[in-house]
Write a protein that binds this ligand. Structure first.
Ligand code: PLP
Length: 211
């Protein structure tokens, strides 16, 4: 086998789905120890309170590196800061080839400050939970299927790629940008991000106007 790296996102983008610890373990048993598994937990905070969701900080394998970001729940995408953790031997190997440039001092300060600001995170997660619930419920009322999401977006499987294209186009013409997922290999699906309350309501109102 020539595979060198396996990249897994948990929660996954664009489906918003998660895998459990036992699902990961079943998969892991088939991965040779020389293969690096990159575990992308960009949406970790949104899923962390789900008992089925495994926090990879508390299960460590020597060939797994976890990556997290402040771009999502902490709202710091423009700051470009994140963190990772892995076995010290793996980190030591990475250090040998890593470019010498670090995130800026200000970016580091923003990341550390964000971790300390528990109230902000709690507020953000609560806001997202409510918004997601509202959008999913209202989509259901309008006859749309949704994939159960553990992130700050939700995926809608539509009947066809044409439907996905038409819906994306009709919405963008009315000022709402959703993501068509053709580039993800899911041409009949779209992804809707949860926004502010006003944005969510505008999306739902616009959807009603289209149909
Ligand atoms: C799964 C996943 N990982 C990583 C990122 C990007 O994170 P960052 O802003 O830290 O580069 C995204 C952003 O869309 C994402 O969906």
């Amino acid at each position: 086998m020539r595979t060198k790296i396996i990249y897994l996102a948990n929660p996954n983008n664009p489906t918003g789905t998660i895998f459990s610890k036992s699902e990961f373990d079943t998969f892991y048993q088939h991965v040779p120890s020389h293969v690096l598994i990159i575990l992308d937990e960009a949406y970790f905070e949104y899923a962390k309170d789900n008992p089925v969701y495994p926090d990879s900080m508390s299960y460590r394998y020597d060939n797994v590196i976890t990556l997290r970001t402040f771009s999502k729940s902490y709202g710091l995408a423009g700051v470009r800061i994140g963190y990772g953790f892995a076995h010290e031997d793996l980190i030591a190997s990475l250090m040998k080839i890593k470019l010498p440039f670090e995130p800026s001092t200000l970016a580091n300060a923003a990341g550390i400050g964000a971790i300390d600001d528990e109230a902000f995170l709690t507020r953000t997660l609560e806001h997202n939970r409510r918004g997601l619930q509202r959008v999913v419920t209202e989509l259901g009322v309008r006859g749309f299927k949704t994939v159960p999401s553990e992130a700050n977006f939700v995926m809608l499987p539509l009947e066809s790629a044409d439907d996905a294209q038409r819906l994306t186009q009709a919405l963008v013409e009315r000022g709402v940008i959703i993501r068509s997922l053709a580039n993800f290999g899911l041409p009949s699906c779209v992804r809707v991000s949860i926004g502010t309350e006003d944005e969510n309501e505008f999306f739902l109102k616009t959807l009603s106007e289209i149909f």
